[in-house]
Design a protein around this ligand. Structure first.
Ligand code: SAM
Length: 465
């Protein structure tokens, strides 16, 4: 049995791009449960009589239970011929070849990058995101979409006539292409192809009506047949479900950036949300001072000792092949490489690290690996760094965003975007709180001396190594 994950990585519309956002559309569609059920069953699938299509608040359409479902019960089962992928369907061979040739030019399919709705107006609202890494992603995808629709796809389609034309003679403009890619990205699952062993993205009828939760009440399984020649896909209840419970699957440990780009929604208090920043010694220097640490006796971040440089190179934060992108947030609170780098930079001598595993330096351990003073300096610097990133990266404050969210004149796209940047700020504030909390717990042990030159000697006396 294999778990199947939502494929994400292809793209998703912002809410206004979804025709089904219209309430009447939802209501009409939700009534089609019997037809969908019959279609699945006619094609060899199974749908529990205990589930139905419904309109699910902010999430659009969804599935919910219409009766009590016991834990472990299969609620949907699809045979392997129902998922729709690049290699399935009844398109004629010429058209299939052309579609595959178009797909090979789409970075989202081959390079595992995401998409967003990049049609008219997308760039206008992009600036409101305020968060440069996401703005960059949106612009990049807009560019790819533009090039595909104005250059690459017309070049392929030019040679196609009649039967060969995969879209029955219709042109594919940026809007249509963006819509199609978004529709796929927000609904595709990643499956293991039993024959080739490759992972491929497929659309799963009915199953793709399940909305996302980080605490899902259902899971998707790919069950191989006894001889391993075929498989079926099934949605199974994770726990017993009361009647009227929305069915949810976990789309994956996705940040709000990926959820917004690929699915068009964000999760409040998303445990996997992060901010990206560049590892920058001068920023660390400022954070060190902002953290109230005296510069006396403390390291020069810009020109560390050779042994520190060697360790930073091992962390790929220095030298050829360095990768300077680090993150704050997520379950680990701070990127392990950044944590290790600060621990190394605050260590007085190479001997302090003699018995230290570089991997362990990247983790939060119950005991601070290089002693209390080292850890306190690290925590103070990191908390100040998170506060600095918060102050420097966004044009508005969290308070201003909250006020904006409260004003009715905002259309849903704008609300989503303001909500997105507010979540980023809130996440950074949470990082500061978590780091300060750690600092408090460290201090509660009563082993921390005053800050300054004494710290260095105290640290030297700890006897690590
Ligand atoms: C696989 S489809 C699920 C069915 C979809 N709600 C519909 O109306 O067809 C994924 C899309 O559902 C919506 N969605 C899923 N989970 C959501 C959530 N937790 N919050 C808001 N929207 C959600 C998003 O629009 C997303 O792109």
């Amino acid at each position: 049995m294999e778990r199947v994950v939502m494929a994400r990585r292809l793209g998703c519309p912002l809410p206004s791009a979804r025709p089904w956002r219209n309430r009447r559309f939802y209501a009409a569609f939700a009534q089609q449960t019997p037809e969908l059920r019959q279609w699945v069953e006619k094609n060899g699938g199974y749908v529990s009589p205990g589930i139905e299509l419904t309109q699910d608040g902010q999430s659009g359409l969804g599935l919910r239970t219409s009766q009590w479902i016991p834990q472990g019960q299969t609620v949907i089962s699809l045979p392997s011929h129902l998922p729709l992928g690049m290699h399935s369907g009844e398109t004629n061979d010429d058209a299939k070849e052309i579609i595959q040739s178009i797909a090979s030019r789409v970075p989202g399919v081959n390079m595992d990058t995401g998409w967003s709705r990049c049609g008219r107006g997308a760039l206008g609202i992009t600036a409101s995101l305020q968060y440069p890494p996401l703005i960059y992603q949106v612009k990049k995808r807009c560019k790819v979409l533009y090039e595909l629709s104005t250059r690459d796809i017309p070049a392929v389609l030019e040679t196609c006539q009649g039967e060969k034309h995969p879209f029955a003679g219709q042109q594919v403009d940026g809007g249509a292409l963006g819509w199609a890619m978004s529709a796929v990205s927000s609904r595709a699952f990643r499956l293991q192809n039993k024959k080739s062993g490759d992972s491929e993205r497929v659309l799963l009828p009915l199953i793709d009506m399940c909305n996302h939760s980080f605490a899902p009440n259902a899971r998707l399984e790919q069950i191989p047949t006894a001889d391993n020649s075929d498989y079926k896909l099934q949605v199974v209840a994770e726990s017993s479900l009361e009647s009227g419970t929305p069915l949810s699957l976990n789309y994956g440990a996705l940040s709000n950036d990926l959820l917004l780009l690929d699915y068009g929604f964000i999760v409040v208090d998303n445990p996997y949300d992060r901010v990206e920043l560049k590892y920058d010694p001068s920023l660390l220097e400022v954070a060190c001072m902002a953290g109230g640490l005296s510069s006396q006796g403390l390291p020069s971040f810009a020109s560390p000792a050779p042994w520190q440089q060697a360790l930073l190179a091992q962390l790929r934060l220095q030298g050829a092949g360095a990768s300077l992108l680090v993150t704050l947030g997520g379950p680990e609170i701070v990127d392990g490489r950044l944590l290790a780098a600060l621990r190394i930079l605050y260590a007085g001598e190479a001997s302090e690290l003699r018995h230290q595993d570089l991997k362990e330096l990247q983790l939060w351990t119950p005991q601070p690996p290089l002693g209390f003073v080292n850890e306190r300096n690290v925590l103070r610097t990191l908390a100040a760094l998170a506060a600095l990133v918060l102050a420097r990266s966004f044009a508005t404050t969290a308070e201003e965003d909250r006020e904006l969210l409260g004003t009715a004149k905002y259309a849903s796209n704008q609300q989503l975007i303001v909500g997105y940047r507010l979540e980023k700020k809130q996440m950074l504030l949470d990082v500061v709180v978590k780091l300060k909390d750690r600092l408090k717990r460290l201090k509660a042990d009563g082993k921390i001396g005053p800050i300054g030159v004494q710290d260095v000697s105290a640290r030297k006396g700890k006897g690590f190594g």
